[in-house]
Design a protein around this ligand. Structure first.
Ligand code: NAP
Ligand code: HSE
Length: 434
């Protein structure tokens, strides 16, 4: 039986999980692969740190370069996070012709094109199944299983931390800060967690999925990104009364005959009848529509030690088989096959909206708001002023028909300036999944 020697950079939540999972299922994998996976070095920041998963001191070092350059190491596993040092680690390994497994979506989002080019140049593969949606093998799905499809729609709940927060806010009425602290304790959140709650982590992942689906590397700066900080209990409750659940969605849409692809991340009202509305807690789901296959759904834990370790193990297996057979690029990591690919400017994207205004409860208020929307050719589909809020200002909920983002943005800016508006309006898109 052959042997592949792993040098792991990072022994934290994911690195520890991989070490532990290899201890549990290494023999099983060896019997399935005909190759033994052996960890020979692990680089960490602090070798004396107490670790939930114990790693033998003899394997630990603080010097990542000595791991990458170790002649025994023939597969490098980057699990340190960040984009600066991690980029150096991955490039150094690829330059030595050593394949790399990474879970680092921030790195791929920022430097994917450069890293894939380096992988090709040096004939070493780059594997990244764990970078999107934790334990769900969505990279393989898009790159391999759905290769015969044009992807027309992709909707993903791809951030476990945000889904965990939104779920507990809805089901338990829990507070944002308290649930975020739990997500950090459970090893779901990034460092810093702003990457999660401000939507950037979901944007990194959505960009990777959009790139695979549409064949050009999506620049993260072109991805319209909103997080969940502004989602309040009030909106969660009103959305529930209207038959919706608020989810942070990664959205990739290609409309018939339209060249640019819409790629965006935003919280959205999802109809309770849609399967994504019932994806709760740390679970992720990716809903993919292909022109041949139709609608498909992938579901599983989106963050945390074991789910992510499972995805890393899958990459380790692919890499080990490639090393065993001597095939350098059995599955190309990313093939940029669409030269004219472009991202749709968000202002031209059309959507329905939920609008919650805090208004003075006096005659003429609704007429003023409706006049602004009317002049902008924006249609109102329903209006609710819930009972039981009879104080100085009252909530007014408007459900808005399909409207371009720019028109809605401008109308909202005008509405916000009305004297009858008390407090910041809340505008959340309503996803119809058409
Ligand atoms: P983590 O718990 O913070 O672990 C990071 C590890 O990297 C730690 O062991 C740290 O050492 C080590 N490290 C940091 N800087 C280093 C340096 N300069 N030299 C050597 N080692 C260094 O992070 P994580 O949650 O495992 O995440 C790792 C990667 O996986 C990130 O890219 C993340 O986005 C991605 N990911 C995470 C999850 C998840 O659920 N957590 C899921 C999917 C993907 P010390 O232990 O000594 O501090
Ligand atoms: N922080 C990420 C999340 C980890 O919560 O989804 C998994 O990529």
């Amino acid at each position: 039986m052959g042997q592949v020697n792993l040098g792991i950079i990072g022994g934290g939540t994911v690195g520890g999980g991989v070490f532990q999972a290899l201890r549990r299922n290494g023999a099983l994998m060896a019997s399935r692969l005909g190759v033994e996976l052996r960890v020979v070095r692990v680089a960490v920041r602090d070798v004396r740190k107490a670790r939930a998963v114990k790693i033998p001191a003899a394997l630990l070092t603080t010097d990542w370069q000595s791991v990458v350059n170790d002649p025994r190491v023939n597969l490098v596993v980057e699990l340190m996070g960040g984009t600066t040092l991690a980029r150096q680690v991955v490039l150094a390994a690829l330059r030595l012709g050593k394949p790399v497994v990474t879970a680092n979506k921030a790195l791929l989002s920022a430097h994917g094109e450069e890293l894939f080019a380096a992988a090709q140049k040096h004939g070493a593969n780059l594997y990244y199944e764990a970078s999107v949606a934790g334990g769900i093998p969505i990279i393989k799905v898009l790159r391999e299983a759905l290769i015969g499809n044009q992807i027309t729609r992709l909707y993903g709940i791809v951030n476990g931390t945000c889904n965990y927060i939104l779920t507990r806010m809805k089901l338990e009425g829990a507070g944002f800060a308290e649930v975020l602290a739990d997500a950090q304790r459970l090893g779901y959140a990034e460092t810093p967690p702003d990457l999660d709650v401000d939507g950037h982590d979901a944007a990194h992942k959505t960009g990777i999925l959009a790139s695979l689906a549409h064949g050009f590397w999506v620049n993260p700066r072109q991805i319209h990104t909103e997080g969940i900080r502004h989602i309040t209990q009030l909106d969660i409750q009103f959305a529930g009364q209207l038959g919706y659940t608020i989810k942070l969605l990664g959205v990739v849409k290609k409309h018939d005959g339209q060249r640019p692809v819409q790629v965006a991340v935003y919280p959205a009202l999802v109809p309770n009848s849609h399967v994504l509305a019932s994806v709760n807690h740390v679970f992720n789901a990716v809903y993919v529509r292909g022109d041949v296959v139709g609608d498909t759904l992938y579901y599983g834990r989106g963050a945390g030690q074991d789910a992510t370790a499972s995805a890393v193990l899958s990459d380790l297996a692919d890499a080990a088989l490639d090393l065993k057979t001597g095939v350098k690029s059995r599955v190309a990591p990313f093939v940029p096959h669409e030269r004219d690919g472009a991202v749709l400017p968000m202002d031209t994207a059309v959507s329905r909206y939920y609008l919650r205004l805090s208004v003075a409860d006096r005659p003429g208020t609704l007429a003023r708001i409706a006049a602004i929307l009317g002049r902008a050719h924006i249609g109102i589909s329903s209006v609710i002023q819930p009972e039981g809020h009879e104080v100085e200002s009252v909530p007014l909920i408007l459900m808005i028909h399909d409207a371009p983002n720019a028109a809605m943005r401008r109308a909202l800016a005008q509405i916000s300036k009305l004297a009858v508006i008390k407090g910041a309006p809340a505008m959340i898109r309503v996803e119809s999944f058409e």
